[in-house]
Design a binder for this molecule. Structure first.
Ligand SMILES: NC(=O)c1ccc[n+]([C@@H]2O[C@H](COP(=O)([O-])OP(=O)(O)OC[C@H]3O[C@@H](n4cnc5c(N)ncnc54)[C@H](OP(=O)(O)O)[C@@H]3O)[C@@H](O)[C@H]2O)c1
Length: 185
């Protein structure tokens, strides 16, 4: 069951992740094996494939990709932009542009390439920079039934101020979300 409905394409900047219940989007060392066994609502992947026009990620996430694996299990095709301070040592890959520029400029480039569809930001570090500058339109999360305890957090900002959010498509946008999980024995 989903309360938020399918994503819509409208030239938005989406910070989009599958996240552990305790707020991690990757395990230690960028491990993603914790996602094995997680299932998604039927049609969810296809909806994001249809509404995504371009992807922006960071160099660590890109370098961690094994065997040139593409987003959405290879179902999505489109331009990928990778932010890095040293594009000169990146291995060229089809459809991938390495950018060394300001994060806001990377968003402008990505949105232009997305041609009216959404730009998905697949990076906690870049998302944080964009959030600070008011450049994230939506945060789309799929909370997986797992606790990681360590790894890369969606939002790591020690010493920072809380960032207020409102929940999309909710009668009370300030209401908490109630969930109940049972440990697997
Ligand atoms: N759970 C999910 O759904 C999901 C989806 C996508 C990705 N992920 C995971 O998310 C993790 C991403 O990790 P991360 O956020 O720590 O790293 P990241 O953003 O992928 O990479 C950080 C690097 O990006 C570059 N960078 C960031 N901002 C920059 C800027 N303004 N200008 C130039 N370069 C910039 C820098 O590269 P240089 O050091 O080269 O300068 C920086 O070291 C990966 O483990 C990935 O697997 C999870």
């Amino acid at each position: 069951m989903s309360e938020i409905g399918p994503p819509t394409a409208g030239g938005k900047v989406l910070w989009h992740f599958t996240m552990s219940l305790d707020g991690f989007v990757a395990g230690p060392g960028h491990r993603m094996d914790w996602m094995a066994g997680t299932s998604f609502r039927p049609g969810l992947i296809q909806e994001y494939v249809a509404t995504t026009g371009a992807i922006l990620c960071g160099r660590s996430g890109w370098d961690g990709i094994i065997d040139d694996k593409r987003p959405y299990g290879g179902e999505w095709e489109g331009p990928i932009f990778v932010l890095t301070h040293h594009p000169e040592d990146a291995a060229p890959a089809e459809g991938v542009t390495f950018l060394d520029c300001d994060a806001a400029e990377a968003v402008r480039t990505g949105l232009e390439a997305a041609a009216g569809k959404n730009l998905e930001v697949f990076s906690p570090t870049i998302g944080r920079q964009l959030l600070e500058r008011g450049l994230i339109d939506e945060i789309d999360l799929h909370v997986a039934p797992v606790l990681l305890g360590d790894g890369i957090r969606l939002f790591d900002n020690p010493g920072g101020a809380p960032v207020a959010l409102r929940r999309a498509a909710a009668a009370d946008p300030a209401a908490t979300v109630d969930v109940r999980y049972l440990p697997v024995r």
